[in-house]
Design a protein around this ligand. Structure first.
Ligand code: FPP
Length: 250
């Protein structure tokens, strides 16, 4: 029985987030420039997006460029930005065929104008699609996002447009970039690193974590299915006891 057949399609997480890590190491191991790893990483993105569509994941968030990534060597940042432009312009029609909508989170105003223009065109071309929502985290960091939310709320309380009592866990999420998107149930990180790296810190409060040793350029939809299968074997308790959960499911 294939892994896909073993998956329970009625228990696929609605939202999967991925920290795509290991591009640089993949390239260096082969004596190549790090940017070659990012280019091959795009093959993994294509396959994993297709896999997410195959099993009916509703939201797939990919950590494509963090706020901290701006500190990388100038040539690598430029190569990543060019790759983004290339990827967006070349993949939009394929995404459209798969009924994918494109969303972004992060400080996208800080991206080069060419990247911003391509993103806007692609988002608008795909805006009517109803299948997978592909969320690209670009110039994103969770602390940046939370701080921005706190500042907006602070100024609204200051000018009297909202009261501090109205700020609840639910209303707070409306100020995050992910407003309207349910929290990820599963967070995957590739390349064997066991860190969260400033990614969706608020949103992953109850996410299941899955760490894969595979370097991102080698990651394929079967590896996503493996992570989903692992997720389906877990008991999600949300602070309750195992007995409570079993009674609820009986
Ligand atoms: C982390 O690997 C990966 C990135 C910083 C970039 C991710 C970008 C892509 C996969 C390219 C295309 C993406 C889209 C969505 C169009 P690393 O460089 O930190 O690897 P290392 O830890 O081995 O150095």
């Amino acid at each position: 029985m294939s892994l896909l057949e073993k998956l329970r399609l009625d228990r696929i997480p609605q939202h999967v987030a991925i920290i795509m890590d290991g591009n640089g190491r993949w390239a260096r191991k082969r004596g190549n420039d790090r940017s070659v790893g990012h280019e091959r990483g795009l093959d993994a993105v294509r396959d994993v997006v297709e896999g997410a569509c195959d099993v009916g994941i509703k939201y797939l968030t990919l950590y494509a460029f963090s706020t901290e990534n701006w500190n990388r060597p100038k040539e690598e940042v430029q190569a990543l930005m060019s790759l983004l432009v290339y990827a967006i312009s070349n993949e939009t029609e394929n995404l459209n065929k798969n009924n994918v909508r494109l969303l972004t989170i992060g400080d996208t105003d800080s991206l080069p104008p060419e990247v911003q223009e391509n993103l806007e065109q692609s988002k608008s071309r795909l805006s009517k699609n109803t299948g997978l929502d592909l969320v690209l985290a670009l110039s994103y960091s969770s602390r940046w996002e939370i701080l921005k939310a706190v500042k907006t709320i602070g100024s609204k309380i200051g000018d009297g447009s909202i009261s501090s009592d109205s700020v609840t866990e639910e209303t707070f999420t409306n100020y995050l970039n992910t407003s309207g998107i349910p929290d990820p149930e599963l967070l995957i990180r590739t390349s064997g690193e066991l860190r969260i790296s400033n990614f969706l810190l608020w949103q992953i409060a109850y996410a299941e974590l899955y760490f894969s040793p595979i370097l991102w350029p080698d990651f394929r939809k079967e590896d996503l299915f493996e992570a989903l299968y692992d997720f389906q074997q877990r008991e999600r308790r949300f602070g309750k006891t195992s007995e409570q959960i079993q009674n609820e499911n009986a």
